[in-house]
Every structure is written in C-alpha cells, then in structure tokens.
Write a protein of this length. Sequence first.
Length: 199
Amino acid sequence: MAIYLQKGQQISLKKEAPGLTKLMCGLGWDIHRGYGGLLGLFKHQDHIDLDVSVLCLNPNDKLTNKSDVVYFGNLHHDSRAITHLGDNLTGKGDGDDEEILVDLPQVPDTISKLVFVVNIYNCIKRKQGFEQVKNAFVRLVNLEKKQEIARYSLSGSEYKGTTGMILAEVYRHNNEWKMAAIGEGINVKNIQEVVNQYC
C-alpha cells in the first residue's frame, strides 16, 4: 500500500520497497476549466503546463555539469541512469502526465542526491500560479513490481501564489536510498532560476 506523504516526511526506500532498482517519478494534473466570455457564461480551458525536472547533486549539494539537470530540454543524464519521457503541455489524459525514470544502481557515485522539482512553464506571461492547478500529484513507483510506493498531493491552499515546488529529495544515506517529501512552494519564472540555486 502506498504511503501518502506529508510535507517534510522521510521514508526509507529500502524498507518500503526492498530490492528497489528501477524507480519512476510520475507527475499528474488536470486541465483547469474556467469561465469567460459574455457575463462569464462560457466555459473555456486555460492550459497549465507543469514541468517536472530532476537535479542531480554532488556530495556538496551542487550541480557538476549541464547533464545533471534532466528536464524537457535534456531528456537523458549522461550516465543514462535517469530519463525524462517527454513533455506534456496541458495535463490532458489520465494518470501520469510526465514521468522520469531512475535506474538507481546506475546512478554514478558522484551523485548523492536527486532533487525533484516542478514548475509552471511560462507562468509570468500566462499569469498562472499553483492555486489554478487541479488534482496535482507526484508519486514514486517501483517499476519492476509496478507498485506505487508513495504519493504526494500538490494541490492545496498552502501553495497559493507560488509558481513552482521543490517536491522531494531521493538521497543516499548509509549505503541505501531514502526519500524526503519537501513540498516547498517557490516563486520562479523557469527551471533555470531553480538551477541557479545549486550552481
């Protein structure tokens, strides 16, 4: 049974998913439907484009090179241990809208932490914030057993006015991988602003 993560909660992936080697981080959200037109009577769609990324940090919590940021503009880490399966521009469809695959045994020893981040693409121009995102979630799945390990809801009043989130960290500790649900709302124009914090 999946753990429904709370902000700041830590879990041991070794305990919750023994023998875990292949991990999937899935991000999902629904299309926001608003009202506009004459007297606000006509329903229209305001597309919100969420992007999930992973930052691969060295033991000093810094990025070493450009390949260490896996996102829609760089779908593969140089090691091929981490792969982004592509960009979803609208949240249309059921289940995961964006996915990142991680082959944990292949993650180089030079990487000690994976930071999963989500941000709203082009949020300033579109005047969008997380309060407009519906039914957003991030989840971790054991790919070999097709078993959901943990799920974290991203929709909530505490994220009003924010345009991004530090979702979670998967990190090495005493020769095992652990996960911490961060859930920190941030205000960024794009993923580059997040990357700059780790350079």
